[in-house]
Ligand binder design. Structure first.
Ligand code: ATP
Length: 243
């Protein structure tokens, strides 16, 4: 892993914060599943994540974490309320527009890696760039750069099945960042990893954060949550005040 943290961009005005557009903004967001019985998985949630923030979402089983991540990932829509991504209201976008925004602005890392087993490491990292609008000539250099970034440039021609769990997750991180997303969404990224390997993934997230990427990580793991710069606690579909 080659850490190349850069300082956040210097402020250009005396007080840029009030005008800064948040990376993510949820306003009075509710998600109900009709049932019966109807379940309100999220109940009037308000959340703002600044550009470049590293946020952990925690909460007990059933508190609404996956529901929130599905909405943040444009994989689901709220029943009521607004979700703005980079200031853009997502509720009015068509499905095609949402798919385009997802491919260009969001990167995903999952607990179970979700790599394509018959494709090489390099091919796995190349694939999302087909959909993200990355110019053809830039795809392979960017994929190789991302793999170098996660310390796997010596594994580009391997199949995922020949890699360790930690290496697979590093491929998944490379795949997620190769498209240069605005926000990285991770769902229990260390759930299938031992403690030492989890630490490697967390160190990688910290490097990406230092480079200015916005990260939102769902986790059950206290150790992982502590590494984020802010924690959002969900309880029964609501954001609970910080302890
Ligand atoms: N498609 C669905 N239909 C009906 N109810 C649902 C659906 N998806 C989620 N729920 C309900 O919404 C609530 C929140 O679920 P969610 O999966 O978001 O919780 P979670 O915090 O991610 O839980 P876990 O940590 O166990 O993954 C739960 O009561 C769940 O049963």
């Amino acid at each position: 892993m080659t850490a190349a943290p850069t300082a956040p961009a210097a402020a250009t005005g005396p007080d840029p914060a009030p005008d800064a557009v948040p990376a993510i903004e949820l306003r009075d967001l509710t998600r109900s599943f009709p049932g019966p019985p109807e379940v309100q998985a999220l109940k009037g949630v308000n959340v703002s994540v600044a550009d470049g923030e590293y946020v952990a979402i925690t909460g007990p089983s059933g508190s609404g974490k996956s529901t929130m991540l599905n909405i943040l990932g444009l994989l689901d829509r709220p029943t009521v309320g607004e979700y703005r991504l980079g200031g853009v209201l997502t509720g009015t976008l068509t499905e095609d527009q949402r798919a385009a925004v997802r491919a260009r602005q969001l990167g995903f890392v999952f607990q179970a890696f979700h790599l394509m087993s018959r494709r090489t490491v390099l091919e796995n990292v190349l694939l999302p760039m087909l959909y993200s609008g990355t110019p053809r000539a830039q795809r392979e250099p960017r994929a190789r750069e991302a793999l170098q970034r996660v310390g796997l440039d010596h594994r580009v021609d391997f199949l995922p099945g020949t890699l360790s769990g930690g290496e697979r997750q590093r491929v998944a991180v490379a795949r997620a960042v190769a498209t240069r997303p605005r926000v990285l969404l991770a769902d229990e990224p260390t759930g299938n990893l031992d403690q030492a390997t989890s630490g490697e993934i967390m160190a990688l997230f910290e490097e990406l954060h230092a480079d200015g990427l916005t990260l939102v990580v769902i986790t059950h793991d206290e150790g992982v949550a502590r590494r984020a710069s802010r924690r959002i606690r969900l309880a029964d579909g609501r954001v609970s005040p910080a302890a």
